[in-house]
Design a protein around this ligand. Sequence first.
Ligand code: MIC
Ligand code: SF4
Length: 643
Amino acid sequence: MKKSLAYKILEAHLVSGDMRPGGEIAIRIDRTLTQDSTGTMAYLQYEAMGVPRVKTEKSVAYIDHNTIQSGFENADDHKYIQTVTAKHGIYFSKPGTGICHQVQLERFGVPGKTLLGSDSHTPTGGGIGMIAIGAGGLDVAVAMGGGPYYLPMPRFVNIELVGRLRPFVSAKDIILEVLRRLTVKGGIGRIIEYSGEALSSLTVPERATITNMGAELGATTSIFPSDEMTRAFLRAQGREEDWQELKADPDAEYDEHYTIDLSELVPLVACPHSPDNVRTVEEVGPIRVDQVAIGSCTNSSYTDMMKVARILKGHTVADGVSLVIAPGSKQVLSMLAANGALADMVNAGARILESACGPCIGMGQAPRTNAVSVRTFNRNFYGRSGTASASVYLASPETAAVTALTGLLTDPRISTANIDVAMPERFFVNDNTILPPAPDTDVEVVRGPNIKPFPINTALPETVRGTVLLKMEDNITTDHIMPSNAKLLPYRSNIPYLSDYCLTPVDPGLPARAKERHGGFLVAGENYGQGSSREHAALVPLYLGVKGVLAKSFARIHMANLINSGILPLTFADPADYDRLDRDDELVIEDARRQVEARGPIRVTNTTKNETYELKLNVSPRLTAVLLDGGLLNHTAAAERKD
Ligand code: MIC
Ligand code: SF4
């Protein structure tokens, strides 16, 4: 068999399982990453496992999401993460070092390695030839403890890139084109592998923009080969010894194949409220823009920032526009400061933010009521900006910068700036804010009052009963299930507090109803739980007593998080049954343990309507056991008792 690159890396890391479609495989994880807003939970779970030092080659904890420190909660979380990581053998990237995916690429990415990260955009690492996968914090904790990562054997999709991008059309436009074609569901259960003659003109940061937004396709991950471009990037980072050539076999077999001619692409935007709602800038037309935000793990590299600076240089941001720019890392920011580009941005009227996620996760810069905001980010889900009535458009740095100057959504090809910026021969390398772990476990872990215990389920009962608490449509995101913004992010270690906000963007009455009824079921359409890897989107429903979610289909990471929490993820065998269900219907699963164990259809009775539906539980025997035990932590404890 002629193998794809992704197949070869998975095979080299295979611990167990059958590498045929439909099977479940377990792979060895070389490296992990966490960020602060999922990290506290991951490290609490790691501590619960009782492994003194991590068993991975290198694990890194980043502080980049919640850096505003509007109260003690946030600083408490940072201190906890700094001390718990020092104790257990994990590197700690201090706030200010940069966005996890950008810094990981610059300082830690190694072709051919596996990376598991508690953030859905971990696949950014595919830009440097890694198999980099996003997962819930508990899965990352298990990997740090030396356990394998289990995943359904993916299908392999090849996207061949030919031709060359025309001026002012960039990597962001490539991935927006992929999203336009494949949609936010098109990557589910798939690894997207890029190839083609155009690769010789795409640098690692450009490739990383593309693999980053593979998360928005729902893909397991995306990957580029490791070639001379990869070598040049690693050399410029002072890490050429980490390079090796990696590529697919000639004529490798793929399940699907697409070709994109880069020379035919034009500037694109994703319109509200979905990253796949893609149109050309020209089609959308010159709509008035209130805010432009440049940065995020998608578009905050040195070359992206330099292009923006060149466009802004000598001009002034339009009167009606607030332009904010967050360079992706300390490395990028210090280089912009040294070569004068930062001054060009500031003089044009840009507001410079620290190197962190910032407005991408609603940490500040919420737009005004009914605003139009153009962002270089990767998600424009409803409400994510912090302003429910805002319309967020996702665009390239070139489109964003030109738009900031005109005040209207503008095709950047009108600009006369010279944006021919080469990747530097040498990046500034200074790892002084990445702290190595302590030599041993003799470290006191500091736990402030914001660190609360996390909920743990109980074993699956014989009868599962409850009402339908809420019926939802397709593509419900984790930003709906567990919103994140400047007010809520400080409480990521405090599930009881967060529970009052669960699903409130869909129905503000849901938390009170769930509490009054001691839980129940949720009903949803396709792709339920797309977006973030946040386990909070499962832990908070668990805290509210949610026993199962009945959906037409699930997003990968969220489904894994539900199972890890012991919540049944059930899919309709007949999607028409979705239409028969209504809010407040009473549902009963009799003989639930036996039904789950048998792994056949699960019969759910609607006692309000006197109907019975068949639902599927598409999980492996291993995950069936996890569900029976009431989640992964209980399951691990039960397995240890048996040993
Ligand atoms: C996001 O982009 O939604 C986040 C915030 O980075 C999340 C992680 C989180 O919710 O903490 C993600 O992508 O996994
Ligand atoms: Fe941070 Fe936004 Fe990237 Fe998530 S998508 S890691 S919030 S920059």
